[in-house]
Write a protein that binds this ligand. Structure first.
Ligand code: SAH
Length: 465
């Protein structure tokens, strides 16, 4: 096989990044945007010794899993969605298979056990318009017009699209208003290559329960000329609650600047997960799919199986959202998180919700937990080192082995592992199975329809000695 060869190929499998995989005389080709069951014509763009990558040129015979009229015309170009042209039911099956496959291959969990303990993936009732947050880069097209949209996959070229089908409808109204204002007052969009121009990004947030709207313009400058005019226009949009600017003058891929200036309204919006109220500022971390998040946290609560007497640790707690769910049914919850601002938000959220049995620590979970154990351990006559239930929700890289070791030393009855990358979940499960824990329940939750990402909740229980 050589570069630029054009082949006809039947797609028989899917890769972890959602690409179709087919074989030509035993040579595997990865074809982005091709769907399992398609027969396609594809052009080889990179040929390695045993496998290669090809571009989808033509669908000769469509798969039964292919969506007939894709919702979004730019889904293939845009880097946001990877599998939007695949029917939602098949997306869910793909995600569930990915989790199970990783537990078997990487985790070394016997396939029969994985089949027995895995519960059906929790899908969305409506897999569009689910995101409460969007960050649109702003730029200028070839004819000099202001555009906002999304980056094309793996690049920084902006594909104009103010109505992403995953975001809320009002995003379009807000962006149109900002673009019109910029054109009218000749306010320039930021040019990344030249590091000049003013408006870099627009951050939008929407409270699904409260219908409150936040707009934050990220700018390469101290202020927006004629900003009062913009504010006057934006505040007329129903639900508008917070209008701010964030100053970011750095030459960086980081979107937000550290300084936030309030232009109108308040500096935050409010929203709910379950019964808990949250104040969300432009820099706060907050789950982007509130409907599925609530299902995910209810599952964590179910797996934690609390009676009200337990001491629980919530490691990697963010702004304490899982901690507060657990606190409703536990004696005491301790949260640990590395970002100081998130812990400030967590403490504030505990205060406004009158939650008294949650306590938070700033630091690395793999450092805070061993230090706490040392200070409160049995050798010091303390009881506090014991935990009944440990919950972990680490970033993609999973838990440090030293943390897993401390966790095992604390001898919790149950460990509830929430994971956004089932490969590292499987790696950590392998360690925990080797140290006296067994996988009891596993369930994937689809937080990000049309992307290849999947959340998983896994319950491990201490084996009888
Ligand atoms: N449980 C929260 C957040 C999960 S995201 C929720 O459901 O909203 C993972 C979190 O882990 C992030 O907030 C990140 O800042 C934090 N984090 C990353 N590395 C960490 C570490 N070594 N120790 C503690 N927290 C860490």
């Amino acid at each position: 096989m050589q570069k630029n060869d054009v082949v006809t190929i039947e797609i028989e499998d899917m890769g972890n990044d959602g690409e179709g995989i087919g074989k030509v005389n035993g040579y595997a080709l990865f074809v982005k945007d091709a769907i399992i069951g398609d027969v396609v014509e594809a052009k080889v763009i990179k040929a390695k010794k045993n496998y290669g990558y090809a571009r989808l040129m033509n669908i000769i015979s469509p798969s039964k899993y292919r969506v007939k009229n894709p919702r979004c015309p730019i889904a293939r170009k845009c880097g946001g969605c990877q599998i939007q042209e695949m029917k939602y039911g098949r997306q869910l099956a793909f995600k569930e298979d990915k989790v199970k496959g990783n537990l078997v291959r990487i985790g070394g969990v016997p396939a029969e056990l994985v089949d027995r303990v895995t519960e059906p993936i929790v899908g969305m009732e409506n897999p569009f318009r689910y995101r409460n947050k969007a960050q649109f880069p702003v730029g200028t097209d070839k004819s000099g017009r202001i555009i906002a949209g999304f980056y094309a996959g793996r690049t920084h070229s902006i594909i104009p699209n103010v109505d992403c089908a995953l975001g809320v409808e009002v995003n379009q109204t807000i962006l149109d208003c900002i673009i019109e204002f910029m054109e009218e007052y000749a306010i320039r969009a930021y040019d990344e290559e030249r590091h000049e121009g003013l408006v870099r990004h627009v951050l939008l947030r929407y409270g699904f329960r409260t219908h409150e709207i936040m707009v934050c313009l990220v700018i390469n400058g101290s202020h927006i000329p004629h900003q009062n005019v913009l504010v006057e226009r934006l505040r007329r949009i129903q639900g508008m609650t917070s209008i701010t600017v964030s100053v970011n003058r750095e030459q960086t891929n980081v979107i937000m600047g550290t300084e936030i200036q309030l232009l109108w309204g308040q500096g935050y919006i409010t929203d709910y997960i379950g019964k808990t109220r949250y104040q969300i500022s432009p820099l706060s971390f907050y789950q982007v799919n509130p409907v599925q998040t609530e299902k995910l946290y209810n599952l964590v609560l179910e797996y934690a199986d609390l009676s009200g007497k337990e001491t629980v640790w919530d490691l990697y707690c963010g702004i304490g959202t899982i901690s507060f769910f657990l606190a409703q049914r536990a004696k005491k919850v301790y949260g640990v998180e590395i970002v100081p601002q998130a812990i400030e938000d967590a403490r504030n959220n505990a205060r406004i919700n009158d939650i008294k049995n949650a306590e938070f620590y700033v630091g690395k979970a793999e450092e805070v937990l061993p230090e706490y154990c040392k200070a409160h351990g049995k050798e010091h006559g303390g009881e506090a080192m014991r935990a009944d239930v440990l919950v972990v929700d680490p970033p993609r890289k999973g838990c440090e082995e030293s943390l897993l070791e401390t966790m095992v030393d604390m001898e919790p009855e149950r460990i509830v592992y929430v994971s956004c990358d089932s490969a590292t979940l499987a790696r950590d499960v392998k360690y925990l199975r080797g140290r006296g824990y067994e996988v009891e329940r596993v369930r994937a939750v689809d937080q990000f329809a049309h992307t290849v990402h999947v959340e998983t909740v896994c319950l491990l229980t201490k084996k009888a000695q």
